[in-house]
Design a protein around this ligand. Sequence first.
Ligand SMILES: Nc1ncnc2c1ncn2[C@@H]1O[C@H](COP(=O)(O)OP(=O)(O)OP(=O)(O)O)[C@@H](O)[C@H]1O
Ligand SMILES: [Mg+2]
Length: 305
Amino acid sequence: MTTDTTTKDTAAGAPAPGDTVLDARGVTMRFGGLTAVRDVDLTVRSGEIVGLIGPNGAGKTTFFNCLTGLYIPTEGEVRYKDKVLPPKSFKVTAAGIARTFQNIRLFANMTVLENVLVGRHTRTKEGFWSAVLRGPGFHKAEAASRERATELLEFVGLADKADHLARNLPYGEQRKLEIARALASEPGLLLLDEPTAGMNPQETRAAEELIFAIRDQGTAVLVIEHDMRFIFNLCDRVAVLVQGQKLIEGDPATVQGDERVIAAYIGEPMENDPGAAEAAEVEAAEAAAEAEAATDAAPGKENDR
Ligand SMILES: Nc1ncnc2c1ncn2[C@@H]1O[C@H](COP(=O)(O)OP(=O)(O)OP(=O)(O)O)[C@@H](O)[C@H]1O
Ligand SMILES: [Mg+2]
């Protein structure tokens, strides 16, 4: 743990249930003229599974990147257990936030076990000289890391594949391996970016059970997913991003029944939708362009579109 992020909790020990672990306030991320995330507040408390949903391009992954030090938000502040997060990925991991990626990022030519061992490096105290000299401290630490990594592989159901190369795992198992690697840093908060993408229904159900088990072991979870059944079944709370802004946040039943959420997904922005004006403009421009193209292509057939 780095000095600037030390708290009285260890990263592994969850605080009392209900304490805020993540507190993101007014997070805005601009890329040139594009505002991908606009003034988003979000909290996650210990013991919670929180969902983050929204149409493609809504800013969900960008928001994750702002939480994990990959991006420095243009505006806003992110706190983990009351400490402002340092703007560096490895420091964020050391502080207690781990993540998986929408596009799986494993070491393809390493074994399954080695991938999990890599995830442990923020928790091993053995330094450079210890590794070079390979003294008793190093061997002890290495043995402990292997034991924990093996435990994690059992936990996600990959123990029998420990020696396989990561690249040879089927897609669904690669996603599980990413989770095991993230858990190896003993996080207090786990961020999952589309953990069931590409999974079959059976694998998705298993992933659901795995995430409940992670929560039960004291790690809060923030999860992005497009599979609504999965999200509404899993989450205590769901926040909806539309065009970078938080449209609504609430329990699954409230969010599921909200007309603006339904409209956002079927592409018909309603009144008070933060993105409604912009989306309506884009839609009008697209309709005009389409009409023009149709007229150009078939001047005598205006109605044939
Ligand atoms: N590094 C970047 N530079 C410029 N624009 C970016 C960058 N990253 C994301 N964007 C833009 O920000 C917007 C939000 O993208 P983001 O990937 O966060 O959406 P998302 O909600 O995760 O979508 P999806 O569900 O498809 O994964 C998009 O318009 C995207 O093109
Ligand atoms: Mg994304």
